[in-house]
Design a protein around this ligand. Structure first.
Ligand SMILES: [Zn+2]
Length: 438
């Protein structure tokens, strides 16, 4: 009995020691190449020096300071931790609306934390939550326990709920009128209800507002080609959020919805499926970020996994090629494109999320710009580029290593072999170490 307790105590000391004393440790990370998130080429012969939770130097490998713990990562390339600008950690099944109705907020929180830890192990060190299927505020609580060091997980930011009209993409539209259910989204109609919904979001910890400007593909009973909110409601939402200095992310498929949201002042357009030339010009003019979330459509096309499968397939198969061409045009015009995966980690295995990079390359981004879309551009979108998104001195040590040269094979991003967040080693395949197995 005593020896068991002693063994557990020793294990605890080892585990905590590995994690928390990293603040005092200095690491020298050495790989075959370095993508720093700024330069357009892979840098050679560099060591990244990390002390505590910060990058303190990028130096020639011949000048590694004495006392630094050298971490050799042969056959790999170092790059900034990936930033996922569009995720719903609590949507734990592809059939997400029924799943929402079947689980408590606490249950979703427990699964959501596990999901986020999987995403972190897969190299996603920062995640923007784009509203979630939750009556309460589980993501805000998960963020608290991660930020206070109780649990390991990615950096979180974002909105607790997606705000939707009655009958819109965030409502449950397939029950009889007699049934009174609380929708997966937050339902608000009219400027007054929208203002109150936004104030409540902010009160309980949302640092983004997510608004369903149009219908959605994956929900039942609404139409992505319809604009949900009136111009009056939309401008009330933007005005209310901006008075609190909280940015708005606009889910928008229909062209009019995209363009109205940009003009009204959304910081980012999510999906933007039916963007046109005017949308591109408006995004350039208003410096709006664009998070297309392409791969999730590929993943679910004809999958039979969705409640709204036929709606999703009908739209998706008819416009994918045209959409990718427009994304390519937006990229060439200078629109700032960021990576978002949309429903990854639980319903979809976490390593699959990084396939979004390949779809962006298919749309016309260069491999390096696709990587920047998931690192430095994502950090700029979040207004965290002073501390994240690149491997530079004084930035936070969110660093991953992927096999080979990802510019030659972007699928390397699907399975990072090394993950560090905030100076803490989460995964090191070379040493067969995972923070979650201890
Ligand atoms: Zn989404």
């Amino acid at each position: 009995m005593h020896s068991l307790i002693f063994r557990q105590f020793i294990l605890l000391v080892i585990t905590v020691g590995y994690l928390s004393t990293s603040e005092a440790k200095t690491y020298a990370l050495v790989a075959d190449g370095l993508i720093d998130g700024k330069a357009n080429n892979v840098l050679q012969d560099k060591a990244v020096i990390v002390t505590g939770n910060q990058i303190t130097a990028i130096i020639n490998i011949d000048h590694i300071p004495k006392g630094a713990i050298k971490i050799d990562l042969p056959g790999t390339t170092l790059m900034p931790g990936m930033i996922n600008a569009h995720e719903h950690p609590l949507l734990y099944k592809s059939d997400y609306q029924n799943a929402h109705l079947q689980a408590s907020s606490a249950y979703k929180a427990l699964l959501g934390l596990k999901n986020l830890q999987s995403l972190l192990s897969a190299g996603w060190t920062t995640i923007r939550v784009m509203g979630d299927g939750d009556v309460y505020y589980a993501n805000q609580d998960i963020r608290k326990v991660i930020d206070s060091g109780v649990f390991l997980g990615p950096r979180l930011t974002g909105a607790a709920h997606y705000i939707s009209i009655t009958g819109g993409g965030g409502d449950v539209n397939y029950f009889s009128p007699e049934q009174n259910v609380i929708a997966d989204g937050l339902i608000a109609d009219g400027p007054d209800e929208i203002r109150k919904a936004i104030r409540k979001e902010i009160k309980y910890g949302s640092d983004w507002i997510k608004i369903m400007v149009t219908g959605a593909f994956m929900s039942v009973g609404d139409d992505p080609k319809n604009v949900s909110f009136s111009p009056e409601e939309l401008s009330a939402a933007m005005e209310e959020a901006s008075r609190h200095n909280v940015p708005v992310a606009a889910h928008a498929h229909a062209t009019d919805g995209i363009n109205q949201a940009i003009i009204a002042g959304a910081r980012s357009i999510e999906h933007g499926s039916y963007l046109n030339e005017e949308s591109i010009a408006l995004m350039v003019k208003h410096q709006t970020y664009y998070v297309p979330t392409i791969y999730i459509g590929d993943y679910y096309a004809n999958s039979g996994k969705l409640l709204a499968q036929s709606k999703n397939d009908n739209f998706y198969t008819s416009f994918r090629d045209e959409w990718l061409q427009m994304i390519g045009k937006a990229y060439k015009a200078g629109v700032k494109i960021a990576v978002g995966s949309d429903l990854c980690g639980s319903a979809i295995p976490s390593h699959v999320c990084a396939r979004e990079f390949a779809t962006l390359i298919e749309a016309g981004l260069s491999p390096m710009d696709a990587i920047k879309a998931g690192t430095i551009v994502g950090a700029e979108l979040l207004q965290w580029d002073d501390r994240l998104g690149s491997i530079e001195t004084d930035k936070l040590a969110d660093i991953i290593a992927v096999s080979g040269n990802p510019l030659e094979d972007i699928s390397a991003l699907e399975n990072p072999v090394f993950v560090m967040k905030d100076g803490v080693i989460i995964l090191n395949d070379v040493e067969n170490y995972s923070a979650f197995n201890h």
